[in-house]
Design a protein around this ligand. Structure first.
Ligand SMILES: C[S@@+](CC[C@H](N)C(=O)[O-])C[C@H]1O[C@@H](n2cnc3c(N)ncnc32)[C@H](O)[C@@H]1O
Length: 241
């Protein structure tokens, strides 16, 4: 399977130090994280996998809700180093285990996890089918995959103006929120990032109807999709094994 492009790793290495003060301040992002954790139904003693954990915003929210154990993976060592510092400061090294590893490379024993969650990370994976299959295989029977991401179809021909307008309309809402909640630094990040979505440079967003098909093909039975409260252009998918 294709590995994480160097550009994507460099992009996140460059963003890492500012991540929590830019996207981490955007209310829409915090609402997404809350909804993912709420819909996961996490309980004490659950084994949770966080794919593309970044600086740990989602993992730490899980631990606010339950005394669970978290394995968190990310392809960016720079993002993980920031997360590791938080783990040490909060004395959470018995609860969170980090691995520098891409979603494409992950191999865990079958039936290992009660919950596998991911927020705004899996759209970076170009070939999504095999990754969703690994998610399915690593969940126990009755376990849940919870995906929070943008509901944006960027497939199609890059020079199609109709596709361009669709993506720009979506991004405009995101630019406005970034400016409102994170000021110019957050807006600049999102604005630079917008071009990557348009040109599919390390950003390969699909719609939630497309995510649901991938989950069904992998074997998931029950699939629900819920818009994020107040920000319905983002959605949360829960798929039960
Ligand atoms: C926008 S951040 C999201 C971080 C965190 N999940 C959150 O919601 O705040 C995306 C993260 O995905 C990671 N990432 C990108 N491509 C990845 C891949 N193929 N496998 C694993 N992690 C990846 C990046 O390094 C980055 O830390």
């Amino acid at each position: 399977m294709e590995q994480v492009p160097k550009d994507t790793r460099e992009w996140f290495a460059d963003w890492a130090n500012e991540y929590d003060t830019t996207l981490g301040k955007v209310k829409r992002h915090l609402a997404l994280l809350d909804q993912v954790v709420n819909l996961s139904g996490v309980r004490d003693k659950d084994q949770v996998l966080d794919i593309g954990c970044g600086t740990g915003l989602l993992s730490l929210k899980f631990l606010e809700h339950a005394d669970c154990t978290i394995t968190a993976i990310d392809s960016s060592g720079t993002m993980l180093r920031i997360f590791q510092k938080k783990i040490e400061q909060c004395h959470l090294s018995e609860s969170i285990f980090l691995e520098e590893r891409s979603a494409e490379e992950m191999v865990f024993p079958s039936y290992q996890f009660d919950i596998i969650a991911s927020t705004v990370a899996l759209h970076h994976v170009k070939e999504k089918g095999p990754v969703i299959q690994r998610v399915y295989d690593s969940l126990r029977e009755g376990g849940r995959f919870v995906l929070g991401d943008m509901d944006l179809d960027t497939t199609g021909s890059l020079d199609d103006p109709v596709r361009l307008v669709r993506i720009l309309e979506f991004l405009t809402k995101e630019f406005a929120l970034a400016m409102e909640d994170g000021g110019i630094p957050a807006f600049e990040r999102m604005y630079d990032n917008g071009k990557k979505h348009i040109l599919n440079e390390g950003e390969y967003c699909i719609g939630f109807d497309q995510w649901a098909i991938l989950c069904k093909d992998a074997g998931f039975r029950l699939i629900t999709i819920t818009p994020v409260k107040g920000f319905p252009w983002f959605k949360v998918l829960v798929a039960e094994r």
